[in-house]
Design a protein around this ligand. Structure first.
Ligand code: C2E
Ligand code: CA
Ligand code: CA
Length: 401
């Protein structure tokens, strides 16, 4: 019978323990254990693995049961704990591994639930099920990375380009380069499946440099054909921990045959806070090279706009989930509206992605959003198709400067 192992980790436990003292830390652990026990079914087991790590064994349970229980456990930690006269908000993150699917022994299940836990820490929901493709040590993943390396070297990893337009004028303002990889046996592999893995295996920088190189070459080609299309390239911040990347980017840009206009780089918000000091250094070095930067997926991380003001960035891109939801969810609409206002007050341009309808575009216009990107405007497409799309004339072009 299938069983699920959930590994749980309390947010901020170490800070609370250090600040309020061990007695209060222990008190928090006791109460957390109480909340876990309150939801447990009779056949389930709750145990403490050490420090603030807990395990819950669900028996019987399939993926759906485990995910539902993880959601309910997460909800049970939404209300604050009253400790030492403080009302403390302490969330939990939950990693899930299933028996026998993800492991046949307790050590293997624990290890895989731990991998899932580190994935959970990168999600808004705070829970994740083990995925061999995202496990740094899985054989499957290592094989995929070897194939990716070969594909980059053989130029089989290509860029598609998704247009962005000015909301008030309908003019095409540029494109975002999105990586596309067609695996010789597996067919199309979505970027979400391999970018994350590449980040963990040192392949991310060869990928970033390849995308920058291809995008710059494409920009040059368009320029020769009378089209001025600035390209934005996604930059994985994790790759920037490698000191040599900045020099490689500098060399790559210096080697361009003609000045095609500097690329814009999109950096995901959630990775910026991992190392704020290094972030500032690296972004300053890139900005000194004349590169404009944009914070991607804004709203999914925890950075405040006040922190962003210290960074040399010129724009934010509101995460696509908000624009997708905004026409039928008032909360999302309000977040979009207030983010636009705050960003403008800080002198930042705002781009909304995930624009899937005229209604969403109209609403963004009312809120004063600067640029929009999404399936309603244009899908990511090969360079040639983009030229046809531009010539179809649904959106205005600007002439080359
Ligand atoms: P992202 O940077 O947020 O890219 C936008 C994603 O939203 C793209 O997914 C795009 O196809 C999708 N999208 C665009 N418009 C809409 C819309 O109206 N509705 C919906 N539902 N989706 C829309 P894609 O190409 O699958 O890329 C996924 C993620 O993979 C990207 O998210 C980015 O984080 C990463 N990625 C893609 N290319 C690269 C790359 O060259 N380098 C790095 N480091 N990451 C990349
Ligand atoms: Ca992006
Ligand atoms: Ca994005």
């Amino acid at each position: 019978m299938t069983t699920a192992l959930l590994v749980l980790d309390l947010d901020h436990f170490r800070e609370i323990n250090d600040t309020l003292g061990h007695d209060h830390g222990d008190d928090l652990l006791r109460r957390a254990t109480g909340r876990l026990h309150a939801l447990r079914r009779r056949s389930d087991m709750v145990t403490r693995l050490g420090s603030d790590d807990f395990a819950v064994l669900l028996f019987p349970a399939d993926a759906a049961v485990a995910d539902d229980m993880a959601r309910r456990l997460g909800d049970a930690f939404l209300s604050p704990f009253e400790i030492a006269g403080f009302s403390l908000e302490v969330g939990i993150k939950i990693g899930i591994a299933l028996f026998p699917e993800h492991g046949q022994s307790v050590p293997q299940l624990l290890q895989h639930a731990d991998v899932a836990l580190s994935l959970a820490k990168q999600t808004v929901e705070g829970r994740a099920i083990y995925d061999a493709l995202r496990d740094p040590s899985s054989a499957h993943r290592l094989a995929l990375m070897a194939d990716l390396r070969a594909a980059i070297n053989q130029d089989r990893v290509i860029a598609h380009f998704q247009p962005k337009v000015s909301v008030p004028t309908g003019e095409i303002t540029g494109v975002e380069a999105l990586v596309r990889w067609s695996h010789t046996e597996r067919g199309f592999v979505p970027p979400d499946e391999f970018v994350f893995v590449a980040e963990k295996t040192g392949l991310i920088n060869p990928l970033t440099l390849h995308m920058l190189d291809r995008s710059m070459a494409q920009c040059y080609d368009w320029r020769l054909r009378g089209l001025n299309i600035p390209v934005a390239v996604n930059l994985s911040f994790r790759g920037l921990l490698d000191q040599s990347l900045i020099d490689k980017i500098r060399n790559l840009l210096a080697g361009q045959a003609m000045e095609p206009g500097m690329p814009e780089l999109e950096i995901t918000e959630s990775t910026l806070m991992e190392d704020p000091v290094r972030t500032l250094d690296v972004l300053t070095a890139l900005s000194d090279m004349g590169i404009r930067m944009c914070i991607d997926d804004f709203g999914t991380g925890y950075s405040s706009l006040a922190y962003l003001r210290k960074l040399p960035v010129s724009a934010i891109k509101i995460d696509r989930s908000f624009a997708i939801d905004m026409t039928h969810n008032d909360d999302s609409a309000m977040i979009v509206r207030s983010t636009i206002d705050l960003a403008h007050n800080l002198g930042l341009r705002v781009i909304a992605e995930g624009v899937e309808s005229q209604a969403a575009l109209d609403r963004l216009e009312r809120h004063g959003c600067d640029e929009a990107q999404g399936f309603f405007i244009g899908y990511p497409m090969p360079a040639e198709t983009l030229v046809d799309w531009i010539h179809a004339g649904l959106w205005k072009t600007s002439s080359p400067q």
